[in-house]
Unconditional design. Structure first.
Ligand code: ARG
Ligand code: GLU
Length: 690
């Protein structure tokens, strides 16, 4: 009896024990190296189904959306899904007081109603291949680094020219992987006529706003819908009413079967940037210096913005987008530095380095970690100054605006539109307070040798930042829209004498002269040392599989649906539902004020269990927004849009306990398109697996 119990317990354990969360962002062309593991974890397709240059494969249904998001195709008429926050700026550009598509949503009821988007492109990966041999052709170890660079550039340009001549709309990039130990060619086909088809109201697409950003439980309907158009031959073309819907090689079938804990998931998209192989010293700098200081600066900035936003509806609207972008990284850094601390990554990397150093004795890798340490010691003060420049000086809106106006006029370009968009969302009391707070932080945290002389002199002459602020904001012409609009290139002297511009100029000159060149030179040397250190790590641990750091190229991440425990006594389930939206709904809280139409739909009853979002263990990063989340059969089950903040250190170190990506459940998209958009006609062109 006891044995049977044990057996049952064992079988249960085997069946129910969660699969290990899977770290890694793999190159699709090399996925055959991982396919066995993917299949063991439940995937039912082959490597050729994921990536193939000989036949249509899933990669042909994935695209780089604009310059920093991912999207996927869901019909043979070029219908494309991505995130609401990826389509946001395009939706905004079509919005006006009469048609506020950001607020109310937008739904084309036919192809004729779809809206073109100037400047928006989508790129499909045609193929990727290892071109290390071609790129390094002619290289000899006696060459200097500069000679190597020149050689690489020449070989690269030749190769790119050659491959892009082969067809219409082709663009190619050669990317260094593993810090330049390997080079890959990426050939893209770029489509330029992409039209807006649908977007939910922001109160659905951005539900939860900054309050819920990077958080679970999550209920954001973060999607928007576009369509790609091509010329009559299905080739890329500029916008034209004569263009026709793009006919893709492949699009995703949609699964409505839903997700359960333990289900295999696969995210196919373009993560932007990670640094998994850096030294303890770099992790220490990020986790103990850079992140905490930037968080403190942004906390001050956000507090000032929030104070005024709470006093006035008009200011809240003016600053909501600015607040969102400041808050986004602010929260991510908190998770990143917290995660590094919790995991003891600095100590763990130090221990690793001690072993590495021992092993490296007498090899070409001897002294490398030490060299990196001393390069960081030289670089970090300059790098911190550069981060302070971004986070303090450039946080003062007036200073950036003054510099922008000046460069427009120098280029003989009109400034009306710039002034228009600046003043539309400018509230001077916020900027004045930020001016004092940020420049004070700069003054306190930068050592004297890292301050522009002009800043020191003027501050001393004025006695205090408050007094200096009063003078600048009273005297500068850049606080007055009429004065700015009236400016012409002939006013160059008057502009140069403006106190706001003088200050902006002093900082810009200091940065371009004293800081940036040093950072660039030392970063160059650091990267070079990493080229060796990367190779050293690979030789040191020959059995470990190293995936290349993210660089906005197409990657495969796989894992499974799973909740997590953010703190003692709390277990998060992996799925959220419409019931949770109704629990959060509150007309008095901007982030949680859902449209009345959604309340009405809910009141019909029967929608409590309507799924909204889910968690999984896929290793993702910024840029993976909009990525297709795919099930074991290759069908679309969701759209990736975020990570949980406790796991954002995954850009540096992945922790299977905490690292979760957040996806929109595709069934919520279908629900909103139907019930809120009344655009269920779009389902006719989709293909459903079940
Ligand atoms: N955190 C997500 C990302 O990094 C979403 C950002 C947009 N949403 C927001 N509430 N700010 O892009
Ligand atoms: N929201 C992010 C993006 O825009 C994805 C979240 C992340 O960093 O993982 O790409």
């Amino acid at each position: 009896m006891k044995r049977i119990h044990l057996l049952i317990a064992f079988l249960l354990f085997v069946n129910l024990a969660p699969l290990r969360a899977d770290e890694g962002m793999w190159l699709p062309a090399l996925i055959s190296q991982r396919i066995g593991d993917m299949q063991q974890n439940g995937f039912r397709l082959t490597a050729e189904d994921i990536y193939s240059v000989n036949q249509a494969s899933l990669k042909d249904a994935v695209l780089l959306f604009g310059g920093g998001c991912t999207g996927e195709l869901v019909s043979d008429e070029g219908l494309l899904l991505t995130n609401h926050h990826c389509g946001y700026s395009y939706i905004q550009r079509h919005s006006s007081v009469e048609h506020d598509y950001l607020r109310d949503g937008f739904w084309a009821m036919s192809k004729a109603e779809e809206l073109p988007n100037k400047g928006l492109t989508v790129s499909f990966l045609e193929r990727m291949e290892d071109v290390t041999g071609i790129i390094l052709k002619g290289y000899e170890s006696s060459m200097s680094e500069a000679q190597r660079d020149t050689l690489i550039r020449e070989n690269r340009d030749k190769l790119i020219k050659q491959v892009t001549q082969a067809g219409k709309g082709l663009s190619a990039r050669v990317e260094a992987l593993y810090y330049g130990n390997q080079y890959f060619l990426f050939v893209y086909k770029v489509y330029r006529d992409v039209r807006l088809v649908g977007a939910p109201p922001s109160s659905i697409g951005k539900f939860g706003g900054e309050t819920d950003n990077w958080m679970w439980p999550r209920h954001t309907g973060d999607f928007s819908i576009f369509r790609i158009y091509a010329d009559k031959d299905n080739e890329p073309a500029d916008y034209s009413p004569d263009n026709v819907p793009y006919r893709p090689k492949r699009f995703f079938r949609i699964s409505r079967a839903g997700v359960n804990a333990g289900d295999f998931t696969f995210v196919y998209g373009c993560p932007g940037s990670t640094k998994e192989y850096v030294t303890a010293e770099e992790v220490r700098y990020v986790g103990e210096v850079s992140d905490p200081q930037k968080i403190a600066l942004r906390t001050q900035r956000l507090d000032i913005q929030k104070k005024y936003m709470m006093q006035s509806q008009a200011v809240r609207i003016q600053y909501s987008s600015k607040f969102a972008s400041v808050a986004n990284a602010w929260k991510k850094w908190q998770g990143e530095s917290g995660g590094i601390k919790r995991l003891g990554t600095v100590a763990a990397k130090k221990a690793y380095e001690a072993r590495f150093k021992e092993w490296a004795k007498g090899t070409r890798y001897d002294g490398l970690v030490e060299r990196l340490d001393s390069l960081y010691a030289l670089r970090n003060p300059y790098y911190l100054a550069s981060e302070y420049n971004t986070e303090t000086v450039r946080a003062v809106e007036l200073l950036s605006f003054a510099a922008n106006v000046q460069s427009r006029l120098r280029a003989d370009r009109p400034v009306e539109d710039l002034a228009e968009s600046f003043f539309k969302d400018y509230y001077q009391p916020i900027d004045e307070e930020i001016f004092v707070a940020m420049l004070q932080a700069f003054d306190e945290h930068m050592s004297d040798t890292f301050k522009p002389a002009y800043f020191k002199e003027q501050l001393a002459a004025h006695g205090s930042l408050a007094a200096w602020r009063d003078e600048i904001f009273a005297q500068s012409l850049f606080t007055d829209k009429a004065k700015v609009v009236a400016l012409t290139p002939a006013d160059a002297d008057r502009i140069a004498a403006d106190p706001a511009l003088q200050l902006a100029d002093a900082f810009a000159t200091w940065f371009a002269g004293d800081i940036r060149p040093v950072v660039q030179r030392l970063n160059g040397e650091i990267n070079l040392a990493y080229r060796d250190y990367m190779r050293g790590q690979m030789e040191f641990e020959p059995d470990k599989i190293f995936y290349p750091d993210a660089n906005l190229t197409l990657r495969v991440a796989y894992g499974h649906v799973e909740g997590y425990s953010p703190a003692d006594g709390i277990d998060y389930r992996p799925v959220s539902t419409l019931k949770g939206i109704m629990e959060k709904d509150n007309p008095d809280i901007f982030d949680y004020n859902i449209p009345q139409t959604l309340r009405d739909v809910y009141a019909e009853g029967g929608h409590d269990k309507q799924p909204v979002c889910f968690l999984a263990t896929n290793h993702t990063s910024g840029g993976n927004s909009g990525s297709p989340v795919i099930n074991a059969d290759g069908d679309l089950i969701g759209i990736n849009f975020d990570r949980v903040w406790e796991g954002t250190m995954s850009d540096i170190v992945f922790d299977p306990e905490y690292c979760r990506n957040i996806s929109l459940d595709i069934r919520y998209l279908l629900f909103i398109v139907d019930k809120i958009g009344h655009a269920a006609y779009l389902f006719d062109e989709m293909c459903f697996a079940d």
